[in-house]
Write a protein that binds this ligand. Structure first.
Ligand SMILES: *Cc1c(COP(=O)(O)O)cnc(C)c1O
Length: 237
């Protein structure tokens, strides 16, 4: 990459466009290999840690689905980008604290990290208050990792019933982040089976390293960051 192409604080316009084109074609190939319609797989471009300048090429290329993992960071860049590019669907993919639920409901169109009773209750309350209803995904801790957020697989059915019946929440699907050290496919298959028996259509699974595998296992949403925007300067989420 020449000096003129590179930027101090992010990837070049051309590298984002190229990364995006590559990811797009890999999604199509993976879908066709799995005998699925490529249009049934939504690409969530994970733009966390990248500033508006780095995100612009993806918006200009027509992408409208983006993922951020911190409410405050998203508040700093997305209101202006949303105003400029109608039709953006912003996904929260990081843990949500109760004291940020109001802001999250106001800004995000999809909240993928409903991961405990308390946050489900808070979201139900804030959504009613604001009369704004982001789509909700429940995060499942498929690897039962103690340090990771999410509902344990054995508690998933009861949690989903509680969300739907007691709290009146519409749940669009499930999301997971498999343990980094393990083969992801059993985790993807587990998520798909929990979704199936609970009548949920949405499956948010697969990141840069494994989105093709996730598509093979039925992903409806893949969350891809570094394969589009390049590696992140600081680890986030
Ligand atoms: C950062 C992040 C991603 C994207 O990860 P990449 O490996 O950069 O594609 C996906 N999902 C979640 C929840 C994330 O925090």
């Amino acid at each position: 990459m020449s000096v003129s192409e590179s930027k101090a604080n992010g990837p070049s316009h051309r590298s984002v466009a190229a990364g995006l084109a590559e990811v797009r074609s890999r999604i199509v190939r993976a879908a066709l290999d799995a005998r699925r319609a490529p249009g049934d797989i939504a690409l969530v471009c994970v733009s966390k840690t990248f500033d508006a300048d780095a995100i612009l090429p993806a918006l200009e290329a027509g992408e409208r689905m983006f993922g951020e993992n911190r409410v405050q960071e998203a508040e700093g860049k997305w209101p202006a980008l949303k105003a400029r590019f109608p039709g953006v669907e912003l996904h929260l993919i990081g843990p949500l604290q109760s004291n940020k639920a109001r802001e999250a409901v106001a800004l995000f169109d999809v909240i993928e990290t409903v991961d405990r009773v308390k946050i489900a209750e808070t979201l139900a309350h804030e959504m009613q208050r604001a009369q704004r209803f982001p789509k909700l995904f429940v995060e499942i801790n498929t690897g039962a990792e103690p340090q990771k957020a999410g509902i344990l697989p054995q508690n998933a059915d009861a949690f989903l019933t509680d969300c739907r019946q007691r709290l009146g929440l519409k749940i669009a699907g499930l999301m997971c982040i498999p343990p980094a050290s393990e083969l992801a496919s059993p985790h993807f298959a587990l998520l798909a089976s929990i979704a199936r028996r609970n009548g949920l259509a949405g499956l948010s699974m697969g990141m840069s390293a494994d989105f093709e595998l996730a598509i093979q296992c039925g992903a409806t949403h893949v969350r891809v960051g570094s394969a589009i925007f390049g590696s992140r300067a600081t680890p986030a989420g």
